[in-house]
Design a protein around this ligand. Structure first.
Ligand code: PDD
Length: 287
């Protein structure tokens, strides 16, 4: 099926949607993005994604391409037109194109941002068999830039990390900087020891996950103990269980780190419970 996508104010068939070759997203990775999941035809935590988008744009002094209300409308329209029941909405805003290549930012008065949205149909996203099996991860060095709190489209290293994991027979990689785990290639990282959930605190070193925020709140509401602190990969390897969070995979149990099985090598009870709670609560609040 040819998708309907959104580009700079227009809904178009994906085959007819175009962006300039001079677009700074293409030439400089000068753009930000958001991924919002859709369950039951509704958007999960749209508000959280919209707030983080605004923050990313502000940090990069990029103008907003449209209002939050318009964004919501576009998301909903795309979900409707593409008949998405379970899937994702991808949104990207770049600094646009002033018709040439230049390191200096173009004048925002004369160069409009580029805004693109498209849907990805993912039936079975909630009931994902991968979550029942759990993920195997490897650890690799974190060589990304120092503003990982801004959700930019500079995803080459995360892509390389996924490829390294694949080559090693694993599903994903966790990134290590100065001896401590930062996060996963496209998710936030956690381990559980003696019932306590440990995850790295927020800073410029990691993306401030929208799912992370919701899951930590739900964990506390469920009387689970949460500690936000730096942790090493060795601590995670000795943990009872581990998991990741992201808008596209929700809560994903981790069953193996660098070849070491966690617990009995199957998804742990806390990860499974948090996944259930997250799916349940988010669906209730979906719009
Ligand atoms: N990735 N950390 C990184 C580096 C990420 O790329 C992501 C999300 C997260 C989790 O954030 P959230 O819970 O808001 O999705 C953490 C998205 C899903 C992606 O790139 O596809």
């Amino acid at each position: 099926m040819t998708r309907t996508v959104y580009v700079n104010g227009e809904y178009l068939p994906e085959t007819e949607a175009t962006v300039s070759i001079f677009d700074r997203g293409f030439l400089m990775a000068d753009g930000v993005y958001e991924v919002t999941s859709v369950l039951d035809g509704k958007l999960i935590d749209f508000e959280g994604h919209a707030v983080r988008l605004e923050r990313s744009l502000n940090e990069l002094e990029m103008p907003a391409a449209c209002s939050k209300e318009e964004l919501l409308e576009i998301h909903r329209e795309l979900v409707k037109r593409n008949e998405i029941v379970e899937g994702l909405v991808y949104l990207q805003i770049t600094r646009g194109s002033d018709g040439d290549r230049d390191f200096v930012f173009p004048d925002p008065e004369t160069t409009k941002p580029t805004i693109v949205l498209f849907t990805q149909n993912k039936p079975g996203l909630a009931d994902n068999p991968a979550a029942k099996k759990g993920a195997k991860i490897i650890s690799i060095e974190d060589i990304r830039w120092g503003r990982r709190d801004i959700k930019t489209v500079q995803l080459l290293y995360p892509s390389m990390g996924k490829m390294m994991a694949k080559k090693a027979g694993a599903d994903d990689a966790w990134l290590i900087e100065d001896g401590y785990v930062t996060e996963g290639t496209s998710n936030n990282a956690y381990f559980v020891k003696n019932g306590k959930i440990v995850t790295r605190p927020l800073s410029n070193d990691i993306l401030h996950g929208i799912t992370r925020k919701a899951v930590l709140r739900m964990a506390e509401e469920a009387q689970m103990e949460v500690e936000e602190r730096l942790f090493t990969i060795d601590e995670a390897k000795e943990a009872d269980e581990a998991f990741t969070t992201s808008a596209s995979a929700f809560v994903m149990p981790v069953v193996e780190i660098d070849g070491v099985a966690l617990g009995d090598g199957t998804p742990g009870p806390i990860a499974k419970r948090l996944r259930e709670i997250y799916l349940d609560e988010s669906l209730k609040a979906a719009i």
